[in-house]
Design a protein around this ligand. Structure first.
Ligand code: HEC
Ligand code: HEC
Length: 464
């Protein structure tokens, strides 16, 4: 690909400035040290891609020229979440087109509309009435459904929730969004054992995957279930001193200043007013909309698992206890792989460093009891357990096979004979082939669409 050396217009443009060019990989630092503008001709494509890195979220004027002397404005765009990306078609070299992005201090009052801030479909995604497998329409899964009558998911409510979920305005210094710690590519969890908050501090526990949070009978949230509803839960990270560190009144003021939020709130709730209660309801609607029902396992339910390999079917039999003496389904039951109305201690250690529910109640009999997470997309949500201690599913399986620690609160299904008063941990004595098969089965719970479905992706203006 040919490259052209470009003059630095930063010197010519008054004030802060920027760079431009129609060359591959050209990156010029602007006069403002925090800003970087790349304009690249993507290899093999006829598009010129403009990327602006600008933590200050300024307004940029995008211009085009064929002779590098007369410039025509084609876009005036405000950066959100520190960067911005857009493609402009036609081969810039062939067509002799050049682009630049200019920062004009006099034009910083621009407020974003829905159309310039977000990339939303013309008619909203369907969040309100997802197509569910038959097993989700009957007990026991209907008993697990924690969507309250007071906050049913609507398409407009979840669309607002999606914007909030990906917006770094939700943290005090605008550096962290929910999605920083709940990453779509990782089943809405964090590949790091502990997540990094807005000032660089670490969370005390491993981030939790969010798919199918809607189905959990006890309807409580967090590893220690300290949030009584999802509506309560979603406001906690916002105000948490490590995670996002902003007060609700400050957040309401900040969001109210954005015209695009007024449109989103009006669409969802009838009036443009921003309130903490509406933020909570919209975020909860979005989280409840994140539904995984398209895994190989789901396809198998309908065909008696004839789509499984022999190894995956062996793993399924180990998981359910048809082969060997594992009791996984006692706690990871139903097609959501969650228990009924129980909190459990799975014998990770004794004593527990993190007492889980016990730290809240102060009762010895609650030490080491934690929420049992769904195993859906478990392949994507490593590392595992409340402290992220296991990096791989192989390690988890070996733990259940041979590593469970005796603890007075060890849940009965994990004890020898499951007897109360008998805390000797069960040993599974699985063969190497059975352990590998169990891992293969757990991987059938991966939903290939969860990590990529646009309806749960970042809607801010980073593309196309
Ligand atoms: C700095 C990282 C971080 C940020 C930011 C963050 N979370 Fe979390 N999230 C976590 C961690 C860690 C946990 C587990 C904490 C615990 O149990 O004590 C968690 C737990 C949750 C749970 C509980 C899931 C369950 O099954 O019980 C939900 C829901 C959730 N977060 C949603 C959100 C939403 C919505 C936002 C944005 C408003 C958000 N989180 C922001 C790290 C984060
Ligand atoms: C008595 C209940 C119980 C049984 C039986 C049980 N588990 Fe668990 N499982 C839990 C609890 C509780 C946790 C979370 C523990 C923690 O982090 O402190 C957990 C966590 C997990 C995790 C990590 C989830 C995550 O998101 O980090 C995996 C994977 C897992 N179990 C697989 C299995 C398999 C496979 C079996 C059968 C061999 C099994 N479990 C049997 C209660 C149980």
């Amino acid at each position: 690909m040919k490259k052209k050396a470009m003059p630095d217009f930063g010197a010519v443009l008054a004030g802060l400035a920027l760079a431009f060019a129609a060359c591959e990989g050209l990156a010029l630092d602007s006069l403002e040290p925090v800003v970087r503008v790349d304009i690249a001709l993507e290899a093999g494509s006829a598009a010129s891609r403009l990327t602006i890195h600008n933590p200050g979220n300024h307004t940029w004027i995008v211009e085009t020229s064929s002779d590098l002397s007369t410039w025509t404005t084609i876009d005036t765009l405000k950066v959100h979440n520190g960067w911005f990306q857009r493609s402009y078609d036609s081969d810039p070299l062939a067509a002799g087109r050049f682009y630049r992005a200019r920062h004009d201090p006099a034009q910083q009052g621009l407020m974003s509309t829905l159309a310039t801030a977000l990339l939303l479909p013309a008619s909203p995604f369907n969040y309100a009435s997802p197509t569910l497998p038959a097993s989700f329409l009957v007990r026991p899964i209907t008993d697990q459904d924690n969507m309250p009558a007071t906050n049913p998911t609507t398409d407009a409510g979840a669309t607002l929730g999606r914007a909030l979920f990906y917006d770094r305005r939700l943290s005090a210094n605008q550096t962290i969004s929910c999605s920083s710690c709940h990453q779509q590519a990782h089943g809405f969890s964090d590949p790091r054992p502990f997540s990094v908050g807005f000032q660089g501090g670490l969370t005390g526990r491993n981030s939790m995957g969010l798919q199918n949070a809607r189905w959990y009978q006890r309807a409580h949230f967090f590893w220690d279930e300290r949030a009584n509803t999802l509506e309560d839960q979603v406001l906690e990270p916002i105000q948490n001193a490590v995670e996002m560190g902003i007060t609700l009144p400050d957040l309401v003021t900040r969001l109210s200043a954005e015209p695009f939020y007024q449109t989103l709130f009006a669409n969802a709730f009838g009036t443009p007013e921003v309130t903490a209660d509406r933020i909570s309801r919209a975020l909860a609607q979005f989280v409840r909309s994140i539904i995984s029902t398209r895994s190989k396992y789901d396809m198998g339910v309908a065909v008696n698992f004839s789509n499984f390999t022999a190894e995956e079917n062996l793993g399924r039999q180990v998981f359910t206890g048809q082969v060997g003496n594992a009791t996984c389904t006692a706690c990871h039951g139903t097609d959501n792989f969650v228990p009924g109305n129980t909190l459990n201690n799975n014998g990770l250690e004794n004593p527990y460093v993190d007492k889980g529910v016990g730290a809240i109640t102060g009762r010895a009999q609650d030490e080491g009891r934690f929420k049992v997470p769904s195993l859906r997309n478990i392949e994507l949500t490593a590392p595992y357990m409340h402290d992220g201690r296991f990096a791989t599913l192989e390690e988890v399986v070996e733990f259940y096979n041979s590593g469970i620690v005796a603890h007075p609160n060890l849940s009965p299904p994990l004890r020898v004979n499951g007897e109360p008063g008998q805390v000797t941990p069960r040993r599974l004595n699985l063969t190497a082939a059975q352990k590998a098969a169990l891992v293969a089965f757990l991987k059938t719970l991966t939903d290939p669409t969860i990590a990529t479905d646009e309806k749960w992706s970042d809607p801010f203006n980073y593309g196309p």
